[in-house]
Design a binder for this molecule. Structure first.
Ligand code: ARG
Length: 464
C-alpha cells in the first residue's frame, strides 16, 4: 500500500519492517484525542482563512463521522498506515475525498502526537484524582469506625507502642493527599498546547496557536516550538507521581497481607478480594493486595524506561519518542485498577477488634509509659529507661507482663512507683494521653479525621 508520505520513496519496506516501526497496536488508544485535536486544528485553519469555510466543514463532517465509527468500534486500523495519525488521515480521505488531505496543513505528526498525549493525560489524571479521593474516603470511614480500637504500633516490625488503629489507617490518607497534590501539580504542565509547533520549527502558514489551544481547553501554549515537540517531562512527572503512589499502595498492601495472615489475624479481607487455592482447601489468599504490590515494579520500570529513552536524544523529535506510549498507557491502567481495588478492599475489610485488643495487652508496648511515669516524677529519663529495661527482663524471665507485677515488686525497682501506675500501664490510657499534635491520642485522631473530611469536601485546612 502506498504510504501517505510515499512521494520520495522508490521502494516500500517489507511488511515485517513496517510491523516493527508501527505504533498502531497501542496508539489507537489515542483515537478520540487525535480526532479532537484535528477538529480544533481545522477550526483554526478556517478561522485564520487558511482553509475555506466549505473545506473546513467537509473535513469537520468527516472527522465527526470517524468519531462516530470509532465509538462503535467500526474502524479497522492497519499496520500499513503505521500509527493512529496516518490511519485516521487515510480514513478521512476515504470519507470526504481529496479535501481530507488539507487537514494536515500547518501541522506535523510531531506536534499532533504531543497534543494527543497532553489531552489524554489531562483527562486521565483528572479521573485518577477522583479515584484517589474515593480511596481516601474509604480510609477515613474505616479510620473513623476505629478511632478507639487499640493496635500495636511497630518499629522494626517489633511492637513499639500502642496506637489507635484509626491513626494507623489515617497515615495512608495523608500519603494519598500528597499523591493527589503531585498529580495536580503535574497537571499544570500537562495543560499546555504543543499544537502548531509543526515538525519542529513552526510554520509559514498564518496559524493562530491560541485559537486551537483554547478550543482544546488548554490554559496556555508552549513558548518554543522545538521544546513543544520534544518535551515529555509531563509524562515523566506523571510516571513519577504514579511510582510514588504505587509505593504507598504497595506498603498498605504489604500491611494488609501481614495483618490477614494467621500470625497476625488483625483483619479479614472480604471474599470479593481474595482467592482460594487449587490444592489447599483451607486457604484464602490476599491475591489482589499481592498483585498491587507486584505491579508497583512495572510502574517504576516505566518511569526508568522513559527517563532512559529521553536521556540522549538530540532536539527535536526522534522516533525513539514513540516508546513513550506503552508505559504511559500501562501506568494509567495499572493505577486506575489498583485504586479501585484498594477502595473496595479497605471498605470491606473486617477489623478483628478482639485480636488487636489481645495483642496490645499481651506485650511490653507499655514500657515507655512506665519510663515516662518515672521521668515525670523527676528521675532522669536515661535512668528510668534502665530501671524499666530491667523490669522487662525480669518479666520475661518470670513469664509475665509489666501490669502483672505486684506493687511491691515495682517499688523494689523504684520507690517512686505508686498504685496509680496500673492505670498508667493500661494501653487505652497510654494512647489517650498522647495528645501532642498529630499524635495517636483519640482526640488528635478525631481532629485529623475532621481535617481530612474538610479536605475531601473541598474546604481549606484551618491554620491552627
Ligand atoms: N507514531 C509516532 C510517535 O508516536 C508519531 C510521530 C511520528 N513522527 C515522525 N516524524 N515520524 O512518536
Amino acid at each position: 500500500m502506498k504510504k501517505l508520505w510515499g512521494g520520495r520513496f522508490q521502494k516500500s519496506a517489507e511488511e515485517w519492517v513496517d510491523e516493527f516501526g508501527a505504533s498502531i497496536h497501542f496508539d489507537q488508544e489515542l483515537v478520540f484525542e487525535d480526532i479532537e485535536g484535528s477538529l480544533a486544528h481545522v477550526s483554526m485553519l478556517a478561522e485564520t482563512g487558511i482553509l475555506t469555510k466549505e473545506e473546513a466543514d467537509q473535513i469537520t463532517g468527516g472527522l465527526e463521522a470517524l468519531k462516530e465509527k470509532a465509538s462503535k468500534g467500526e474502524l479497522s486500523f492497519t499496520v500499513a498506515q503505521e500509527d493512529i495519525h496516518l490511519n485516521l488521515e487515510a480514513f478521512l480521505i476515504k470519507e470526504v475525498g481529496a479535501v481530507g488531505g488539507k487537514l494536515h496543513t500547518g501541522r506535523s505528526r510531531n506536534d499532533q502526537v504531543a497534543t494527543d498525549m497532553h489531552l489524554y493525560l489531562k483527562k486521565q489524571v483528572k479521573h485518577i484524582i477522583g479515584l484517589i479521593e474515593a480511596f481516601q474516603k474509604a480510609i477515613v470511614e474505616k479510620a473513623e469506625a476505629h478511632v478507639e480500637t487499640l493496635a500495636p504500633g511497630y518499629t522494626h516490625l517489633q511492637r513499639a507502642q500502642p496506637i489507635s488503629f484509626g491513626h494507623h489507617l489515617m497515615a495512608y490518607f495523608w500519603m494519598l493527599e500528597r499523591d493527589k497534590e503531585r498529580f495536580q501539580e503535574g497537571l499544570k504542565r500537562t495543560d499546555v498546547s504543543p499544537l502548531g509547533a509543526g515538525a519542529l520549527a513552526g510554520t509559514t502558514f498564518p496559524i493562530d496557536r491560541k485559537v486551537s489551544a483554547e478550543l482544546l481547553g488548554f490554559s496556555g501554549v508552549y513558548a518554543n516550538s522545538m521544546d513543544a515537540v520534544s518535551d515529555r517531562d509531563f509524562i515523566l512527572e506523571f510516571l513519577s507521581a504514579s511510582s510514588i503512589l504505587m509505593m504507598h499502595m504497595s506498603r498498605l498492601a504489604e500491611e494488609m497481607i501481614l495483618w490477614s495472615s494467621q500470625e497476625f489475624q488483625f483483619i479479614e479481607m472480604d471474599d470479593a478480594f481474595s482467592t482460594g487455592s487449587s490444592i489447599m482447601p483451607q486457604k484464602k489468599n490476599p491475591d489482589m493486595a499481592e498483585l498491587i504490590r507486584g505491579k508497583t515494579g512495572r510502574v517504576y520500570g516505566h518511569l526508568f524506561g522513559l527517563l532512559t529513552v529521553l536521556k540522549g536524544l538530540p532536539l527535536a523529535y526522534n522516533k525513539d519518542m514513540q516508546e513513550d506510549k506503552e508505559g504511559m498507557f500501562d501506568t494509567v491502567h495499572t493505577i486506575i485498577g489498583s485504586l479501585k481495588i484498594f477502595a473496595g478492599m479497605v471498605e470491606t475489610m473486617k477489623v478483628k477488634v478482639d485480636r488487636l485488643e489481645e495483642a496490645v495487652h499481651n506485650d511490653f508496648s507499655n514500657a515507655t509509659e512506665l519510663a515516662d511515669y518515672l521521668a515525670s516524677k523527676g528521675i532522669p529519663f536515661r535512668e528510668a529507661h534502665e530501671i524499666v529495661g530491667k523490669l522487662v527482663l525480669h518479666c520475661i524471665q518470670s513469664q509475665c507482663y509489666l501490669a502483672d507485677l505486684p506493687l511491691e515488686e515495682l517499688k523494689a525497682a523504684s520507690e517512686i512507683i505508686e498504685e496509680d501506675i496500673y492505670q498508667v500501664l493500661s494501653p487505652f490510657e497510654a494512647v489517650k494521653r498522647r495528645k501532642s499534635l498529630g499524635g495517636t491520642g483519640f482526640e488528635q485522631v478525631q481532629l485529623q479525621i475532621s481535617a481530612a473530611r474538610n479536605l475531601l469536601n473541598g474546604k481549606q485546612p484551618s491554620k491552627e
